[in-house]
Unconditional design. Structure first.
Lengths: 460, 460
């Protein structure tokens, strides 16, 4: 279909200020935070209601026009890149909190809201949505990719914090899944079929989220270690202790070096653990921290700092949240690839050690940044855009660490999703039977293949 | 197909001691703990391996023979009743713990193992599987029905505690879902599609479960209240306080009267809350209990007992676990129906009050037993088998409380599943679009309709 026909047809549903084919707009909707090539859509529309999303999908279904949903564009595996052009449905105008059920620790929201903005409002009710991917992702994007982050070790991933959805199917039909009851055993779990499906099975137009009370007592701690192996062993020991950290992050020496370039951060240049604990009382927290310090010491940890005030803690965690941005500033103009494997915690020290060894062998500028308590390891690999050999080595590192994680009963992606980057690992990870079933689900839910085509399922 | 042909065909896969058409055996496999009519299968087989399950399903798929999986038979909505006869696949011989990954807080098990037996073994590692439906259910049954129980308020339901599955599809094909990583964002969530599908989409032959460390410090408390409304309001206040109970159960006056007939239980005859808290230290627990006592007192609670020793606590919670059995002994020879609604916690007091009022109006022998912290309300309704009017009133009570729960954004079943008993509520709860999608999923995964036919989806 020609762009002019498409545009004319969409103007039947949308006022002209909410449809665009302007080059600058198409380019803004052509890419995410990954290094995959940009691909502009033919047209961008900004729906303001579920009805409009339904109208667009019914139209696209009938005319076989690709539709790619877009939130904040902060994904890292190319999820919102409209590989086959067509329509980008940009959810930025569907960004309302529809209802706050403070007494139930729940909120019903539209997908375009950014989670940090949402949490600022929820803080007024003493509540927050716990999954925190760092970048200011949209809730729709977090649901689509089952995003997680620093606090998942305590609060779970996005998947674990959603109760009900409104979904528009490829045909334009609107369905509702789940309920606001925290326990549900009624029929097939459609909610979790759509969460993590990256906009390929249906588009989420509303979600009822579980919230958590803002913890009153918390304490942050950091410790330095002589090696990443020692830090990783400490992670394993802390997780085995049952202390239940609210955050447990591992940063290697390069990550700490990069972090130190940020305002107000002065860590010793060595692998570090960043930890946070919450508790019912100051005395309980003190007891926890004493145990943690002892575990760190046993593994050669030093420079243990805890009990820091809220300001200093906020500076540190704020910088940790922006660590990817700080890396981009540290390696200006470079391309990057971010590994995202996760393994059972008993294999975490092995994966970290292997990663460290591979980075050295392959002579790459790559830091290890890990949501360690979850066994989730990121390698943030930078390389010059023109250096095809370095790019090849970066890919080699990513593949080697994924294959090692799969050997250890882990996954190719703990929280970034499949998108384009992990398609090639779907078969090795899940096997032909499970992948065939995923293909059948895709064919059932999107028979015309209009929803975010070319993603998630491996290319045949 | 004639039973003799079926038997002869199955003897090709199974030694004769693992296939039976004996009347007594068929009757033992004809019913669960519900009051739905028994229906014997044509044949019972006891597989010992995934391969055998696969062989049976491939055969049944080809010859369109119904197959109903059976675990402990403790379900309450008729799930394992083989409504169309055929084969019952009795999993009792597939009851092994395949692997314990103590350091990862995980175990890989076969579906026929009973969770209490499994937990006895896991206790040797300081671990347990937290969902506890009370009756000694099999893990396969718990997965099939997304069972929950007393500790779900802290640890989640079965759905929240499973990482990976081996599943035999209707065709006999064996697939694997998930991984042992606690964070996974790789492709469609097949694991949660099978959990809660009640043996209608595929049969689980192995599961990797999340375990929890046995808590070291815990404290139980009970309190009596002047009315169920006051007790229900207290539940809401405790959940809002963020104290995070490990169990929070409400029993009405009749439930307490019934419980008192058990050995060693001497509660005042009044609505009660049973509570349990875990904590990092004795002093933290004392602080928690003081707050809880204050909340109870503000709502008119009295007879607050806490800090009881492990023995007394075990007596109380053991009796609570057996409360359904004690009810059956208290109402000998009577039939029963158990309501299982769940609502957002803010609506919990309203549902309990309405239930109390309806029980009085309908003049039924029904107790309110509630996993209150989850907003999950059971009404255990007994009636004489010959009293068709009482049976009709029991059904009227169940329907009224389900409809009220649905009005309040709740669900018709918090933990017992749909089976036969809740089919009629599927459309009102989920709407035509979601139910149509569930039907499509069923048709995709089980095109011959051999898997537990006549369950979950509403009859047309």
């Amino acid at each position: 279909m020609s762009t002019s026909t498409l545009l004319a047809d969409l103007l039947a549903f949308f006022s002209s200020d909410r449809v665009s084919t302007a080059t600058a707009i198409l380019e803004q909707n052509a890419q995410d935070e990954s290094s995959f090539p940009a691909r502009p859509p033919d047209v961008v529309v900004w729906p303001t209601s579920t009805t409009e999303v339904s109208q667009v999908l019914a139209y696209a279904h009938q005319h076989q026009v690709p539709v790619t949903a877009r939130g904040a564009g902060t994904s890292l595996e190319g999820q919102p890149i409209p590989l086959q052009g067509g329509i980008v449905l940009n959810f930025q105008q569907m960004n309302q909190i529809v209802a706050i059920y403070a007494e139930d620790f729940q909120a019903r929201v539209q997908p375009g809201i950014f989670y940090k903005d949402m949490n600022r409002t929820l803080a007024g009710h003493g509540l927050f949505f716990a999954p925190d991917p760092g970048a200011n992702a949209s809730i729709g994007g977090m649901l689509a990719n089952n995003a997680a982050g620093i606090r998942t070790v305590k609060y779970g991933a996005t998947r674990d914090n959603v109760l009900a959805l409104e979904v528009v199917l490829a045909s334009g039909e609107i369905i509702h899944t789940g309920s606001r009851a925290v326990k549900q055993s009624s029929g097939y779990d459609l909610t979790h079929l759509f969460v993590g499906s990256e906009g390929t099975l249906g588009l989420i137009t509303e979600a009822t989220l579980k919230l958590a009370p803002l913890p009153e007592q918390f304490s942050a701690a950091t410790a330095a270690f002589p090696s990443v192996a020692a830090a990783a062993q400490t992670v394993f020991d802390i997780m085995g202790s049952g202390l239940g950290p609210a955050a447990l992050e591992l940063l290697d020496e390069l990550a700490v070096t990069v972090l130190n370039t940020d305002e107000g951060i002065h860590l010793s240049v060595a692998p570090h653990l960043f930890m946070e604990f919450t508790g019912p009382s100051e005395s309980a927290l003190q007891q926890t921290l004493a145990t943690v310090q002892e575990i760190c010491r046993e593994n050669g940890g030093n420079d243990f700092r805890s009990g820091t005030g809220r300001d200093q803690r906020n500076t540190l965690w704020d910088a940790r949240h922006r660590l990817f941005e700080i890396h981009k500033r540290y390696f200006p103009g470079q391309k990057y690839l971010i590994a995202d494997v996760a393994v059972p915690i008993s294999h975490f020290p092995a994966v970290v050690s292997r990663a460290s060894q591979l980075i050295a062998e392959l002579q790459l500028a790559a830091s290890i940044i890990s949501h360690a308590g979850d066994g989730n390891v990121h390698l943030t690999i930078f390389y010059p855009p023109a250096d095809s050999q370095a790019q090849a080595r970066a890919q080699q590192l990513n593949e080697a660490i994924v294959n090692y994680a799969l050997e250890l009963d882990g996954t190719s992606t703990g929280e970034h999703g499949v998108g384009i980057g992990k398609q090639k690992f779907m078969l090795p990870e899940h096997g032909p039977g499970a992948v065939a079933l995923m293909r059948q689900l895709k064919a059932l839910l999107d028979p015309q293949g209009i929803l975010n085509p070319g993603k998630v399922l491996p290319l045949t």
